[in-house]
Design a protein around this ligand. Structure first.
Ligand code: FMN
Ligand code: SF4
Ligand code: FES
Length: 702
């Protein structure tokens, strides 16, 4: 099969002047949170006050108001701060405090388009450090803003960059010059098209990563041919094959990939519409070995369906879980979830049923369901892919949760780095409401449930559940002390279920197929399936959903095909930036929460980042401390001060200053951070540092 580098894909993309595409199609809903800051013209303070005032009566409305002001004016001027303070009946310093907490908000007019360069681990493993260094040099003296970002959700095909919210992948230290030049010249790729046309159905994915790889151009090229019906689906998760298109033949869907717009004419000539032979033909989709090895439960419909079609969703098993739940008592629904053995997929692995029971049993007339879609961990993108590929499932899961615990309002807190997911969710909410699956009297049951999308503003700590709740309330995302648990006093002081996207996205399958079917999968106390994400320097990166118990080595070597550049693997980081680094000698570890804990590691959100033998593990340990220093909420000393001291210590160690004494101090510091931090941000940062020190000691000696 022909395989092209992503730089070729970037180079091959059609570009046209920004002004030609943006104004008419630019989303005016600030909740979309798309960072078009440098693209919009400045408006008067009076106009901006009118825009912000729409949020004055909305609970926690300050953050959406700030997004709206910045969206329409490119920044938040000093003059707007007292205006906002008055509108929200808070002090000027409170408004200022919120603005300065979040990286997204700016108080100076940007010099030009915003180019964000990913500095996080999965991109580092693919050359991201060089891209970041070069980008900063390239931007000097130019009408552009280059800023760091920690993960854009393109972790299998990085280094990732975004230009005013449009994602790119496979950028290298050379092509970043072109990317910045195009941004300044306002040349942007073609915008996406919806499903369209009549004739033979050809699926073309529209998720963020496929779009970054050129899927929109492919969709346009196919739509130009008569007799083709283009359907925009989500990616199946075989990201190295994106854009992967599929033609529907009488014997099923046949896949081709990776396909570029320039390939389309040749494919049509080779009888694509009948599944004809071609160098890019991969074969029947469901027979592809990567998919056949999986057990898809949460991701059962991702790739299969058009995420914007409620009919497609329903025709493929959607809404059966909700129908069954509504026929049961709330308490029985909670029991079903408990019996399934589902544990939270956000990282902490807390049993979902127990959390729901606490909320159900806490008396209050107002309760909330909050979906944590902040997905800030490097190497993770499953939440994004579910929201973009099958958003109705998440809404169904949240509605079931609402029924089970007695909540009538749900919030999805999505990071601003995910504009496609935000758009997909908003479209799905509209679709579900029109079908009677959301809103008043859901499916005629008498139960009412509404879902609102809220957009984060560039703060990793807002993935921590109490910080997220503060942010939803329109405040700085400073972590709350526990107790009280959010299940008892959560959003606006009310009992609140906070669950990850994958946890809630799994609920419909548990309700439709029964707890026993789910609990039958897995090992030990890790029941069901996990949606693993293969990222970094890996040949076949993407999504693998399978039962717990598969080994790390099977995932990385058998499914992932080892490194992308063919060099030997030296380390993998499992569980995001707070997860341990493991050498290949640990590859027989089964993917199981308890097995990982016993190995001083953690599974977290299921992300696996692969590094080759050129990685410097002291540099990775330093990055862990630096990341904590940048993202700390600042509430407690071990994390706020300890992380900065940690960076300094590692610098001393690697430059040979009192090496053994400073290693001892670093070990002590890790102990203090682990034992005395208020939350897992400071508490788990020692995990990657200690693992690097313990398992890759030699890297600290040079
Ligand atoms: C620093 C930090 C970041 C976190 N980021 C996320 C996140 O992005 N998404 C998520 O679901 N959980 C995240 N969590 C875990 C949440 O605090 C919480 O446990 C989770 O949302 C609960 O949902 P679950 O039980 O379904 O996993 C984070 C925790 C910490 C300490
Ligand atoms: S550990 Fe860090 S992020 Fe967590 S509360 Fe303390 S300062 Fe905030
Ligand atoms: S996109 Fe860079 S680490 Fe995820």
């Amino acid at each position: 099969m022909g395989r092209l580098g992503l730089n070729d894909l970037i180079k091959s993309r059609v570009v046209r002047p920004l002004d030609a595409v943006m104004p008419a199609e630019m989303p005016r809903n600030p909740l979309f949170g798309i960072r078009l800051s440098a693209l919009t013209s400045t408006q008067s303070t009076t106009d901006l006050e009118a825009i912000a005032s729409q949020f004055a009566g909305v609970p926690g409305g300050l953050l959406p108001a700030l997004h709206a002001v910045q969206h329409h004016s490119s920044y938040i001027s000093k003059e707007m701060i007292p205006v906002l303070a008055k509108l929200f009946n808070i002090t000027v310093s409170e408004v200022h405090g919120v603005i300065t907490f979040y990286k997204d908000f700016r108080t100076e007019k940007p010099a030009g388009p915003i180019v964000q360069v990913c500095r996080a681990e999965a991109c580092q493993a693919r050359g991201g450090r060089e891209v970041w260094d070069k980008a900063q040099l390239e931007a000097q003296g130019k009408a552009v803003v280059v800023e760091e970002v920690f993960c854009l959700g393109n972790c299998a095909l990085g280094p990732a960059v975004s230009v005013d919210g449009r994602l790119l992948g496979g950028v290298n230290a050379t092509s970043i010059t072109t990317v910045i030049g195009d941004a300044i010249a306002k040349r942007v790729p073609e915008d996406s098209i919806d499903s369209c046309g009549e004739g033979v159905t050809v699926y073309v994915p529209r998720d963020a990563v496929s779009r970054a790889a050129g899927a929109d151009d492919v969709a346009l090229a196919l739509a130009a041919h008569s007799g083709v019906r283009v359907v925009r689906n989500g990616s199946w998760g075989m990201l190295w094959l994106e854009p992967m298109i599929e033609v529907v033949t009488p014997s099923g869907r046949v896949a081709y990939g990776p396909v570029l717009a320039d390939d389309v004419a040749g494919l049509i000539k080779s009888d694509l519409l009948n599944g004809g032979e071609h160098a890019l033909r991969l074969g029947p989709t469901l027979e592809l070995p990567w998919l056949k090895r999986q057990q898809r439960v949460t991701f059962a419909r991702v790739g299969l369906v058009d995420p914007r079609s409620s009919e497609d969703f329903e025709a493929n098993g959607g809404i059966t879980g909700l129908r069954r739940a509504l026929s049961m008592s709330p308490s029985d629904v909670v029991t079903e979830v408990t019996d399934s053995g589902l544990r939270g997929r956000g990282g902490a692995a807390f049993p979902t049923g127990i959390k729901w029971r606490t909320v159900l049993d806490t008396p209050n007339t107002t309760k909330y369901i909050v979906c944590n879609a902040d997905e800030g961990d490097s190497g993770t993108f499953a939440d994004r892919m579910l929201m973009e590929g099958d958003p109705f499932t998440l809404l169904e899961g949240m509605t079931i949760a609402g029924w089970a615990v007695g909540a009538s309002i749900g919030y999805i807190y999505v990071r601003s780095e995910y504009p496609e997911a935000i758009e997909a969710l908003n479209k799905a909410i509209a679709g579900a409401t029109s079908r009677g699956w959301l809103g008043d009297n859901v499916l005629g049951s008498g139960f009412s449930f509404d879902v609102h999308v809220r957009v984060g503003a560039g703060a990793y700590i807002c993935g921590e559940e109490t910080s997220l709740l503060e942010s939803l309330e329109g405040k700085r995302g400073v972590v709350r002390a526990k107790p009280p648990l959010p299940a008892i006093e959560g959003l606006f002081g009310k009992p609140t279920v906070v669950n990850n996207v994958l946890s809630l996205g799994t609920i419909p399958a548990i309700l439709s197929d029964g707890a026993a079917a789910y609990a039958a999968l897995g090992m030990g106390r890790s029941r069901g399936t996990q949606v693993f994400q293969l990222a970094g320097n890996i040949a076949r990166g993407g999504i693998v959903e399978t039962a717990f118990g598969i080994t790390l080595g099977e995932l990385v070597n058998d499914l992932g095909g080892a490194t992308d550049n063919g060099r030997p693997i030296r380390a993998v980081q499992v569980g995001g930036p707070l997860g341990a680094y493991l050498p290949t000698s640990k590859f027989d570890l089964p993917m199981d929460y308890e097995a990982f804990a016993a190995a001083d590691a953690m599974l977290g959100h299921g992300g696996i980042v692969v590094f080759d033998d050129t990685v410097n593990m002291a540099a990775q340990a330093r990055f862990a401390m630096e990341f904590c220093a940048i993202e700390s909420c600042g509430k407690c000393t071990p994390c706020r001060i300890g992380s900065t001291r940690g960076v300094e210590l590692i610098d001393k160690i690697t430059s040979g200053v009192d090496r053994s004494a400073n290693i001892e101090v670093l070990v002590d510091l890790c102990e203090v951070m682990a034992d005395a931090s208020l939350c897992a941000m400071g508490g788990l940062t020692p995990l990657p540092v200690r693992s690097a020190l313990r398992l890759f000691t030699e890297d600290f000696n040079t």
